[in-house]
Structures are given as structure tokens and as C-alpha cells.
Design a protein around this ligand. Structure first.
Ligand SMILES: Nc1ncnc2c1ncn2[C@@H]1O[C@H](COP(=O)(O)OP(=O)(O)O)[C@@H](O)[C@H]1O
Ligand SMILES: [Mg+2]
Length: 272
């Protein structure tokens, strides 16, 4: 669980002070899928970077699983970033002269202690995660030969390399057309639902945001829950599941068992 309390952040460039966040409170439960929306320059990336331990120059506290990120030393903080968090960015940040598998295996270079593995082990692990994002056929390909959507999936595989509990994604579909963006969102939904990974997605695209269960808005330096009555993702499915269940319990015998299982499955999917 992530708990941000009274976070304030200003950037200082020489004598110029740019206040960005003033009094952010936010809680994200384990296993949630949340989008963070808000206008350009409102501080979405700033907030995401702080949660991911990429920036500790802020006031207030950010606790992850009860541990205050400010209280961690450099070694603990980099272990948190490497093992707990997977980062996905708008620009895929792949090395062009390495294969997809080598790109995905990059986090192994930062491993310490028990996490250290041989090059062969790292490439084997890379193959596993590439399969997870449906790119088994691109293991030895160069990123330059892939589409934008495929490149982003390689970047997601790299983020998955160390089995993170938390994925922090900054405009992950910003460089993709809407079909590719939707496919990337499907993948995040699957990782959230099937692997229980907490997914936080910064986006300014309402269609992307509507695919998450919860939306929060960064506005005027604070975070507001987005009530949004156009809840496209979860609600209709949950309702459909409820109806299926009602119908199923009206029926008898074997059909009921089947109907309920389906409804349950549907409901789980809706709840993610
Ligand atoms: N390293 C930096 N130095 C100075 N100002 C910055 C820096 N990074 C971001 N800012 C400013 O902080 C504000 C919030 O930026 P950011 O978090 O990137 O917003 P968003 O991701 O919502 O577009 C913007 O006004 C931006 O110009
Ligand atoms: Mg940003």
C-alpha cells in the first residue's frame, strides 16, 4: 500500500522557484489499478517519480508498505526501485544495438547479493517475460524492427524482469496510436488481474483513464478523487455480472452452477 501524506514539491532553478504540488494526500491499495490525470504541467510525473523513489527532494511523507521512503538510505532506496517497482515511460528507452532479450535483461546488471545471476540466466528470464507480453517471437530481434506497440511491450517486459509489485507508468501510450494504446492497456489490465501487480498510470487521455478502476486528478497542486460518472470500465461489466448471477439463481441445476461461475469470473475481471 502506498500512502502519500502532505506532500509538497517545488522546483528551484537558480532564484526561480516553481511550486508544483502543495499538500498531496493519496492512498493506493495493493492490487489497485489507478490512473492519474490532470493538465500538462500539473505535476503528475513529479508525483509518480517521487512514489517510485526517483526523487526524494520533497516535503511530506510517502510510505510504501509502511516504510517511509525518506527514511531509506541510498542502498535501500535503490533496492526498492529495482525490486519493488517497474517503470514504464512514454519513450520506450530501448537500446537500439541490443536485442529485445538483452534489453529486457538490463535490470540484471543492477542486481546485488542473492539477486545476481549469470548472463545466461538473465537471458532465460528475459525470454520468460517476453513470453508474458506475447513477444516470444521477438527475443532476438532488434528494437528498430518492431512497431511502437511492440517496443512498448519490450519496455514493459523489462519492467517486469524483477517481478515488481508496483508498476509506475508515465504516459505509456502517449507515443502510440489508439489501437496500440488499447492493446497496451489490455496488457496492464491482465498483469493487474492475473499477477496482482498494482498499476499506476499517468495519462491525459480520457479513454486510457476510463480503462482503470479508479481515477485521481492532479489539480491546483493537490490530488482529487475523480468521481467521473462516465465510468466505462468497471461498472457496466459489474452490472452485467450481477444480472447474469440473478438470472442464474432463478434457473436450477447444472446451468446454475455454470452461470454463477461465469458471473463470478466476469465480476472478478470487472473488479480486476
Ligand atoms: N526538473 C525540473 N526543473 C524545473 N521545473 C520542473 C522540472 N520538472 C518539472 N518542472 C516543472 O514542474 C511542473 C510539473 O511538471 P510535471 O510533473 O512534469 O507535470 P506533468 O507530468 O503533469 O505534465 C511543470 O511546470 C514543469 O515545468
Ligand atoms: Mg509528465
Amino acid at each position: 500500500m502506498i500512502r502519500v501524506r502532505g506532500m509538497h514539491k517545488s522546483y528551484r532553478t537558480g532564484k526561480l522557484v516553481t511550486p508544483v504540488l502543495h499538500g498531496v494526500d493519496l492512498e493506493i491499495e495493493d492490487g489497485e489499478m489507478v490512473s492519474i490525470v490532470g493538465p500538462s504541467g500539473s505535476g503528475k510525473s513529479t508525483l509518480l517519480h517521487a512514489i517510485g523513489g526517483l526523487d526524494r527532494d520533497y516535503e511530506g511523507t510517502i510510505e510504501v508498505d509502511g516504510r517511509d521512503l525518506h527514511a531509506m538510505n541510498d542502498v535501500e532506496l535503490s533496492a526498492y526501485r529495482n525490486r519493488h517497482v517497474g517503470f514504464v515511460f512514454q519513450t520506450f528507452n530501448l537500446l537500439q544495438h541490443q536485442t529485445c532479450a538483452e534489453n529486457v535483461a538490463l535490470p540484471s546488471l543492477f542486481a546485488r547479493g542473492k539477486q545476481v545471476m549469470s548472463h545466461g540466466q538473465a537471458l532465460e528470464r528475459a525470454r520468460e517475460v517476453l513470453a508474458r507480453v506475447d513477444l516470444s517471437d521477438k527475443v532476438d530481434a532488434a528494437p528498430t524492427t518492431l512497431s511502437g506497440g511492440q517496443r512498448q511491450r519490450v519496455a514493459i517486459a523489462r519492467a517486469l524482469f524483477n517481478e515488481p509489485q508496483l508498476m509506475l507508468c508515465d504516459e505509456p501510450t502517449g507515443n502510440l496510436d489508439s489501437a496500440m494504446g488499447a492493446a497496451i492497456m489490455d496488457l496492464f489490465c491482465r498483469l493487474n488481474r492475473e499477477d496482482g501487480i498494482t498499476v499506476v498510470i499517468v495519462t491525459h487521455d480520457p479513454r486510457i483513464a476510463s480503462a482503470t478502476h479508479r481515477r485521481v486528478r492532479v489539480q491546483d497542486g493537490r490530488v482529487l478523487e475523480d468521481e467521473g460518472d462516465d465510468d466505462l470500465a468497471a461498472t457496466p461489466r459489474a452490472e452485467a455480472a450481477g444480472e447474469a448471477k440473478a438470472e442464474a439463481s432463478a434457473d436450477g441445476g447444472d446451468e446454475r452452477a455454470e452461470g454463477t461461475a461465469e458471473a463470478d469470473d466476469e465480476e472478478r475481471r470487472a473488479e480486476g
